[in-house]
Design a protein around this ligand. Structure first.
Ligand SMILES: Cc1cc2nc3c(=O)[nH]c(=O)nc-3n(C[C@H](O)[C@H](O)[C@H](O)COP(=O)(O)OP(=O)(O)OC[C@H]3O[C@@H](n4cnc5c(N)ncnc54)[C@H](O)[C@@H]3O)c2cc1C
Length: 446
């Protein structure tokens, strides 16, 4: 690495530059889910700092990781020996047009901060379900949260983005400004630029009915099938997911948890939407209650060093739902099952035309997710059983959701981006990042 690149960085970069040995380094070097030993962690305070960081990365040729909230399962937010550009200092949330519900959110903000900042305005964005997760990573690859069936993916609410390109230029992307870049930002992950700020059209929110209904593990099959059937005709205000075989709550014996969120505060309409779920089996516990939307977001503790989370996901089309749910119920009942979750998508997600954004899996009815947790050797030992589960699911599922995918191999990228999407993304990449500076993502090659 040339000294002049570092000299230029020190001259142009006004943020915090953290190197090995600094007090702040141990915490700054790791992301929430991965450890690393980068040579430099840069914490920009301004867009010009981001531009200086990008120019530094290009000049040195060091591997660049861009960190939003640092909660990516694939661990893209850190590296060994390279540069981490940590956007955590760019986290302001501002209502810029109250009448049109337009909000501007810094590229390093987290969803807890967004929910808290929008609540006093009676506004919310459909995000994910966790406070600490970053706006950057979640939005750029999708965003499946508690209002997804009513308002679509988080990226469907994006109306513009302020972007630093690989050349260090600052551009605004929207339907009318750099429209192909705007298309690629909505699903293409961090491939095509660094978003320093998002502009979203937020939604009016009231308090919402939210909570979990638990059923005995033995009723998993009937509950799952009935749940999926109900979601087909339920009002789109109802968003729901099922979690089971939870290793922290007793593995195969763990109760089946159906989590529900009804986007509205009318108790009768909420009951009409949720009661059919209550009738699916023996309700062991029901904590569904009216609460502020911000309170639906959970807090996720950072796992201790050495503990890995291995996630894998796939989409399920309507005709395969029954088969997949049957296979999942069988898997959940076996020893050594990974943590299983199924999310209902559809609704507003499926009404957006397939070619409108780089998120390709619009027509899926469900998203299946497995999570294995433990130290590396335990995960390696569990790998054959996990592969067997996915081998059985494979004939009935398609694609993968980038945000729930720990794998980074070429097959994983192909699962996220079908050929047509990949080719169009590659064309945008050639225009905005021809040297593939932004590689720390499910990478599309220019
Ligand atoms: C506890 C937990 C709960 C979750 N719940 C949900 C959920 O309910 N719904 C859902 O859809 N997903 C959920 N996710 C998945 C989540 O969307 C992804 O992990 C997402 O990638 C996290 O984004 P991040 O910015 O925190 O991560 P990071 O690791 O910082 O970033 C992930 C990727 O995005 C890129 N990136 C981040 N910010 C920017 C930016 N501003 N500009 C350019 N590139 C950027 C990074 O370079 C990296 O490639 C959850 C994850 C966890 C750990």
């Amino acid at each position: 690495m040339s000294n002049s690149a570092l000299h230029t960085l020190r001259r142009d970069f006004g943020g915090a530059l953290i190197e090995p040995g600094a007090d702040a380094y141990p915490a700054a070097s790791r992301s929430a889910l991965a450890e690393g030993s980068p040579a430099f962690v840069l914490r920009p305070g301004t867009v010009d700092d981001v531009r200086a960081g990008v120019r530094f990365a290009a000049a040195t040729g060091l591997f660049l990781s861009v960190r939003g909230g640092g909660h990516g399962f694939a661990g893209f937010a850190t590296n060994d020996g390279g540069i981490v550009l940590d956007l955590g200092g760019l986290a302001d949330v501002t209502v810029i047009d109250a009448e049109r519900h337009l909000v501007r959110v810094g590229g390093g903000a987290t969803w807890g901060r967004v929910a808290d900042a929008l609540a006093p305005h009676g506004l919310a964005l459909s995000s994910g379900d966790t406070r600490e997760v970053g706006v950057g990573g979640l939005t750029l690859s999708g965003g499946i949260g508690w209002k997804v069936r009513k308002y679509g993916l988080t990226l469907d609410s994006m109306v513009a983005a302020e972007v630093v390109t690989a050349a260090g230029e600052f551009v605004r992307a929207s339907a009318t400004e750099h429209p192909e870049l705007f298309w690629a930002l909505r699903g293409g992950g961090g491939n095509v630029g660094i978003v320093t700020a998002f502009e979203f059209a937020a939604h009016r929110t009231t308090d919402v009915f939210h909570g979990a209904l638990t059923f005995p593990a033995a009723q998993a099959s009937a509950v799952l099938q009935g749940w999926a059937e109900h979601l087909r005709t339920a009002p789109e205000e109802l968003t729901s997911l099922v979690e089971f075989a939870n290793p922290f709550a007793g593995g195969p014996e763990a109760p089946v948890e159906v989590k529900v969120a009804f986007d509205g505060d009318d108790p009768e309409r909420a009951a009409a939407a949720i009661d059919p779920v209550r009738r699916l089996g023996t309700v062991l516990h029901d904590d569904v209650a009216l609460k502020p939307y911000a309170d639906t977001l959970a807090s996720a503790p950072t796992p201790p060093p050495g503990i890995r989370l291995l996630t894998r996901s796939a989409f399920v089309a309507k005709e395969s739902v029954a088969d997949v749910l049957r296979l999942l119920a069988e898997t959940g009942a076996s020893q050594g099952s990974p943590f299983l979750a199924v999310r209902a998508v559809g609704g507003a997600v499926s009404r957006v035309p397939a070619e409108a954004t780089a998120y390709a899996h619009r027509q899926a009815e469900l998203l299946v997710l497995t999570t294995s947790i433990g130290p590396e050797p335990a995960l390696a030992a569990a790998r054959p059983a996990l592969d067997a589960v996915w081998g059985r699911l494979a004939p009935h599922t398609t694609g993968a959701y980038a945000n729930f995918l720990a794998g980074t191999a070429e097959d994983d990228v192909a699962a996220v981006y079908p050929a047509g999407t990949y080719e169009r993304l590659a064309a945008v990449k050639r225009a905005y990042d021809p040297g593939n500076l932004f590689t720390g993502n499910h990478n599309v090659r220019p």
